[in-house]
Design a protein around this ligand. Structure first.
Ligand code: NM2
Length: 541
């Protein structure tokens, strides 16, 4: 077991924080739950607007980067081909960034908006129906994917352009913080990111497990119990641990490919066998609603709550702010992962590819699965809202799937897909957690290290599950991720600073593609700018 490569400060720091949160929750489940919920209300209530501003700023920033000179920089050497073809790249990206939650929310999110719409609209009204078809897509749309993409910029830049073999968030803010990232400040940044990710992953597991359990129960008749849920968690952990252990090319890529084909199958099935025309028209229509109201939706903070006719709904806190926070805690991880698989692409391809393919994928899920559920409601074939109110979301999701022809077969595929979606998010998470606690990553992080984080990711959800406190985890994202808002800002700044420095230095050259090696090779003529580069870099350190 090679331990020299491990950055023990970060390794142990993250572990202490994980145990520091888990153990009190085990010892005082009720009190612990209360504290987490209060922290959640405090952060989303008082700082909600910060999340909203962050979302819009990041969106604007990424569009700017994509179309600026910085976007033309290639992640790799001149003439280098992308390491993965675009299809695999998009599939891996989607499978890593999106977990089983998409199956959960795509099917059921509309129902919550139908009952409790924003903007003072009356629940269940025709207007509420319209909003209900659009909001899910909005919460899984371009702003959300922009949040995912931002950290990839500096990380990929340092890994493939400046060729530093370190996959860490702290390394990516070096241009701004300088040498300090080598000390405790860097460790704190990495530990905070790891902690946020564990919170986000907790939310994912807390939502995914009961849904998978309902699917299995529907297929086998076994009752949904705590034992069954814990068993499912263990099975999923084992699958993704094996995948993470096998590495990027064998494990993660293979699962992502299966994931993609099963998704295409189930989406095509629902689309063609279900109400094809209703689904296409409603999805198309909801895109219009979003484009028409993009800024209204991105800024709705319900400021007039309880004034005049406006009743307080807590819509922003419960939905848009919650979502931005949840995407945020996953963002550095997805950034690290996207960076890792984007070798050979330009920054613009990486940015636009992530935002466009990501959003398109989510539109397909929400448009097809969500509108199928809505159709059941509107035609009276299944009273989704009534069922939801009495049986809860996981059972309702499976019940909606049960309305399709070949119901049992579809529920089976749906459940398998949920397990694989969960696994593909968790295998890449543990892969990245392992990378972050290493001083250096050449090729892949160490195997034992990958395996270790695969199990560490499940410690908290698993213990909480036995204590019956799984709901606490659903809000873990918001609390765990708050410091990341500031880290996002540093990441954007770092990227601009470093790439602008290099662009300035390479302006004498014919190609905007930056190759640090070239300056060294090209001898006298280029010497001045090479020196300038080094000087500038020294300033940063
Ligand atoms: N996001 C995309 O549970 C999952 O699907 C992982 C969730 C952040 C809402 C990510």
């Amino acid at each position: 077991m090679n331990t020299k490569l491990i950055d023990w400060g970060t390794f142990i720091g993250a572990l202490i924080l994980l145990l520091g949160v888990t153990i009190p929750l085990i010892l005082f489940p009720e009190g612990g739950k209360e504290v987490v919920n209060q922290a959640n209300t405090f952060v989303s209530g008082n700082f909600g607007v910060m999340y909203m501003i962050m979302g819009l700023l990041i969106f604007a920033f990424l569009l700017f980067v994509a179309f600026s000179k910085n976007g033309q920089i290639k992640l790799g050497d001149e003439g280098e081909e992308p390491e993965f073809n675009t299809f695999s790249w998009a599939a891996m990206l989607f499978a890593a960034g999106i977990g089983s939650s998409i199956l959960y929310w795509a099917v059921i999110e509309w129902a919550y908006y139908y009952e409790g719409p924003p903007f003072g609209v009356e629940g269940g009204s025709p207007e509420a129906i319209q909003w209900s078809t659009a909001y899910g897509i909005f919460h899984w749309g371009p702003i959300a994917w922009a949040i995912y993409t931002l950290p990839a910029l500096p990380i990929a830049y340092f890994y493939y352009v400046r060729k530093k073999p370190v996959l860490k968030v702290s390394e990516a803010v070096r241009p701004v913080l300088g040498r300090r990232v080598e000390g405790p400040l860097g460790t704190v940044i990495d530990v905070l990111f790891m902690f946020g990710l564990m919170g986000g992953a907790g939310t994912t597991l807390a939502l995914g497990t009961p849904m998978i359990a309902e699917g299995i129960s529907d297929l086998t008749g076994v009752e949904v119990t705590l034992g069954l849920q814990a068993f499912i968690m263990l099975i999923c952990t084992t699958i993704f641990a094996i995948s993470a252990y096998s590495g990027l090319r064998r494990g993660i890529k293979v699962l992502s490919d299966i994931n993609l084909w099963l998704s295409i199958f189930i989406l095509a099935f629902i689309f063609f066998v279900g109400p094809t025309r209703f689904i296409s028209e409603t999805t198309f229509n909801s895109l219009g609603i979003i484009m028409d109201n993009f800024f209204k939706m991105a800024t709705w903070m319900e400021p007039f709550a309880n004034i005049g006719d406006f009743e307080e709904t807590l819509f922003p806190e419960s939905w848009t702010v919650f979502y931005w926070a949840w995407w945020l805690v996953y963002a550095p991880f997805v950034g690290l992962f996207v960076a890792r698989i984007s070798r050979g692409r330009t920054i613009r391809q990486m940015v636009l590819g992530t935002m466009i393919y990501g959003t398109l994928g989510c539109i397909l899920f929400f448009g097809i699965m969500g509108n199928f559920g809505l159709y059941m409601q509107l035609t009276g074939q299944l009273d989704v809202i009534g069922f939801l109110d009495t049986n809860g979301a996981p059972a309702t999701i499976i019940e909606i799937m049960n309305q399709l022809p070949l119901a049992k077969f579809i529920v089976l595929i749906f459940t398998i897909l949920a397990i694989i979606f969960l696994a593909t998010t968790f295998d890449s998470s543990s892969y990245i957690l392992a990378a972050v606690v290493q001083k250096k990553v050449e090729g892949e992080p160490l195997r034992w290290n990958r395996l270790f984080w695969a199990f560490a990711l499940c410690i908290m959800p698993l213990t909480l599950m036995f204590l019956g406190g799984l709901e606490t985890l659903q809000t873990a994202s918001i609390v765990g991720g708050f410091p990341l808002i500031f880290i996002m800002f540093l990441l954007a700044w770092s990227f601009m600073k470093a790439s602008n420095t290099d662009i300035r230095a390479s302006d004498n050259y014919e190609s905007p593609t930056i190759h640090i090696e070239r300056w060294k090779r090209k001898g006298k003529k280029k010497k001045r700018s090479a020196l300038e580069v080094l000087e500038d870099r020294k300033d940063e350190d």
